[in-house]
Design a binder for this molecule. Structure first.
Ligand SMILES: Nc1ncnc2c1ncn2[C@@H]1O[C@H](COP(=O)(O)OP(=O)(O)OP(=O)(O)O)[C@@H](O)[C@H]1O
Length: 514
């Protein structure tokens, strides 16, 4: 074990090109034992590329990595060497196999779990770790990963990274680990991470939530356009200094709540549904031009409510007079968002086919104009909108999904925790766009796990166990009231994910060796 603050890895002049795109340019960095290193930077700054190189999943175009313990340096460094050195990485785009169970996914990371009874051992390994990191998680090791919500998948992936079988863990890398977690579960993770670091582990935490970085890091590195532009003790930064160092990213939030619109109760609500678990008469309603927030702990029925709205409107639209165009900005972009074989442009214009069709053909010039407009409006960082969507960084993919929804003629826009991985500057711009569009009469239903985002809503419904438990408007929307409603009935520290089967240890079967 290294002594505290001894370099575990030294990164020396590491660069990476993807064709003409220079994702990293000559990065120098030391990763120290017993230190939580926060990395921040705008979307496309090179953060994920850097950690992919550390995790051995990407080969750099130049430079060296040196391990204090073995002296190994590039080239020739690959994923198996990273694992042998005790490096574990949780990527922003989750890497679990959706058609395998939670326990089977744990086994993939640990080939040493083999022979008779392997499945029971894999179940125990991951269950114990989930209990340790996320008490009250509600995940069954026999759940198929593809059936889990994105928050639960993120929890499984994180817990798996902390499981140990035959080799030690020296460095944990977490890329946007809390992007789909509510505040309570995120805090469970950050507390566990601190314990790991205090025992001598090294950690890299990437996040666009600057408070989280400031709270959890000992040292912070700021990246911009593929390079490191600042590297200091966390106590030397505050939110403003981080934003400034990231450069050209943020018009800072003005902090003041904009006056919420008064509800025009006398007009007919554009959206009105009763959540399936609602036993009283409360309904989720949205009036034309409103921004309506859906809040509460993750997995308490908010996404289901958005789906209900969509389905109800589709049913209504069988009567042509009631057709209301709708669009969705998903948070789970891998599953519900990107068309992975298509270009960035196609991924955007697919939401606007009605406007782009002349006669029975798509107008290619109008299509190109729309793409270019949105590339500029929302600052999608790419040399060419004809490139494949997966060539974009995670946050830039999410921007393309916003562009798809906002460019369309949708009157109702459903947003399912849509800011996953989006940098602070872009967020401010998108918040502004949402306000403007609402001013022009568009209606937004916005589920968010980020408490600050509720500030932008005219009206907020707090969900618990699949039902609305509070209905807040304007200045009533405070963090305290939302949390209080989320935990009423003395459910403090309770089950964050209420849906789905309760975690129950299954009967251990004697399984054939994998
Ligand atoms: N496979 C790829 N092909 C082409 N370009 C790529 C590829 N992967 C990444 N890039 C480019 O490399 C640059 C850095 O991307 P990276 O994902 O490292 O950024 P990031 O800082 O992690 O951004 P985000 O905050 O959005 O996750 C971006 O311009 C991105 O478009």
């Amino acid at each position: 074990m290294l002594k505290a603050l001894e370099p575990f890895i030294t990164v020396d002049g590491v660069g990476k090109n993807y064709g003409a795109v220079q994702a990293l340019q000559s990065v120098d960095l030391k990763i120290l034992a017993g230190q939580a290193l926060g990395i921040v930077g705008h979307n496309g700054a090179g953060k994920s590329t850097l950690i992919s190189i550390l995790a051995g999943t990407q080969m750099p175009s130049g430079g060296e990595l040196t391990f204090a313990q073995s002296g190994i340096s590039l080239p020739g460094y690959k994923v198996d060497q990273a694992q042998a050195h005790g490096i574990r990485c949780v990527f922003q785009e989750l890497s679990l196999c959706p058609n395998l169970t939670v326990a089977e996914n744990a086994r993939i990371l640990h080939p040493a779990i083999r022979g008779v009874g392997w499945k029971a051992r894999a179940r125990k390994l991951i269950s114990d770790k989930l209990d340790e990191v996320f008490p009250g998680h509600g995940i069954n090791p026999d759940d198929e990963v593809g059936d889990l919500s994105i928050a639960k998948r993120q929890m499984v992936e994180i817990a798996r990274a902390f499981t140990k079988v035959d080799s030690p863990i020296h460095l944990i890398i977490l890329d946007e680990p809390t992007s789909s977690l509510d505040a309570i579960i995120a805090q469970q993770l950050l507390t566990h991470l601190r314990g790991f670091v205090d025992q001598g582990g090294a950690c890299i935490l990437i996040s666009h939530l600057l408070e989280e970085i400031l709270q959890s890091s000992d040292r912070i590195v700021v990246m911009r356009d593929g390079g490191v532009v600042d590297d200091r003790a966390a106590r030397d930064f505050d939110r403003g200094k981080l934003v400034e160092a990231m450069g050209s990213v943020a018009k800072e939030q003005d902090g003041a709540r904009k006056a919420a619109k008064a509800r025009q109760q006398e007009t007919e609500a554009l959206v009105s549904i009763r959540p399936a678990q609602q036993s009283d008469g409360r309904r989720l309603q949205a009036f034309s031009g409103e921004i309506v927030g859906l809040a509460g702990l993750s997995g308490h029925g908010q996404t289901d409510a958005l789906i209900d709205v969509y389905q109800k409107k589709r049913r209504d639209s069988k009567s042509p007079a009631k057709t209301v165009p709708m669009a969705l900005v998903p948070g789970d972009r891998q599953v519900d968002g990107v068309f992975p074989l298509w270009s960035i442009g196609m991924n955007i214009v697919i939401g606007s086919m009605r406007q782009l069709t002349r006669g029975s053909l798509i107008d290619p010039q109008a299509e190109a104009r729309l793409c270019e407009d949105w590339r500029q409006k929302i600052a999608i960082r790419t040399p060419d909108m004809n490139n494949n969507i997966l060539s974009l960084s995670g946050g830039n993919q999410q921007k393309a999904l916003f562009a798809r929804a906002l460019a369309s003629d949708a009157e109702i826009i459903l947003m399912d925790d849509p800011m996953r991985g989006v940098d602070i500057g872009t967020k401010q711009e998108v918040y502004e766009m949402i306000r403007e569009e609402a001013g022009l009469g568009r209606t937004f239903l916005w589920y968010t796990t980020e408490m600050d985002e509720l500030e932008h809503c005219d009206h907020v419904y707090v969900f618990r166990n699949g039902a609305i438990v509070a209905d807040l408007a304007g200045d009533e929307v405070t963090e305290q009231r939302v949390l209080h409603a989320s935990f009423e009935d003395g459910a403090e520290g309770g089950k964050p994910e209420a849906k789905g089967p309760e975690a129950k240890e299954p009967e251990a079967k004697e399984d054939a060796a994998p």
